[in-house]
Design a protein around this ligand. Sequence first.
Ligand SMILES: *Cc1c(COP(=O)(O)O)cnc(C)c1O
Length: 344
Amino acid sequence: MSILALARPEIVALKAYSHASWDPAFDRLHANELPWRAETDRSSAGLNRYPEPHPHELAARLAGLYGVRADQLLPGRGSDESIDLVVRGFCRAGLDNVIICPPTFGMYSVAARIQGAAVREVPLHPERDFALDAAAVLAACDANTRIVFLCSPNNPTGTALDPAVVTAVLNAASGMVVVDEAYAEFSHSPTLLPELAGLPRLVITRTMSKAFAFAGARVGYLAADPAVVDALRLVRLPYHLSALTQAAALAALRHADETLGQVAQLRADRDRLVSELRAMGLDVVDSDANFVLFGRFHDQTVQWQGLLDRGILVRDVGLPGWLRVSVGTTGECDAFLAAVREVI
Ligand SMILES: *Cc1c(COP(=O)(O)O)cnc(C)c1O
């Protein structure tokens, strides 16, 4: 069965928007662009011109960095766009459903609801260390389940999935499985990117927003079977990544080693937060990400306000008893720990 049998039939039948040719060898008199730059334009590409519709160089650079092929890779405006594209490409409104495992990242259900797909929840339980219940996920699937969303490491728990659990879900579910690896660089658990070639129903989303210190630029990508990538290229808007974004991402990737090298410091501070919060007698979930979920408070809004009164903003993720703190600089971690000592 072709992987595209799972995609929305109207997407598979779609003819791509025919955009202006990108070949720089010609005089560009076909795209209604102005022939000169604005006075303020110091960009290398020239912002009077439309950008490259599919950012080939960026796709190739990211593919090289992660050991996948460029045709398995679709750059986009952060993971948020990748999630939205998969939902719009695969879920028929009013018919199909997606599975999520809350507490988890909020975009999966938002994207599904906008598309008109039903959202089925298979909760993770604190009593079981928020571990994924693969059997319960499979029990919730039916013939109209188009996507199972798995997040590893999961936001807001910080827990990474055992790759064997993911492949068990993939092998037994009939739809697509999206594994959100936004925090993979902080994790000790291996990425699933090397498994991609043998698993055509797997979609992996990654982002430059977290470990690449690049959230403001809005760059992420999904990695999937080339047939899935081609189908989702029909769904996304033409010129979705501006020339400025493409240039900034390529420049950031030239310094990938230095940027990712600093993740080690962050991990050390994260592990210190976990052990010091535990030493205060709090419940703390082991984290493979750049944040820590801690509690359990009788009413977490009290401690949240207490920390805010001391100038520290953490996140109440709506999980009764728990708060989530992002790992900041070493100094910010120290200030946070001192404030927690005062409010508990
Ligand atoms: C932060 C985050 C993202 C990143 O989204 P971008 O659109 O790439 O900034 C994706 N997934 C999860 C689980 C996140 O927490």
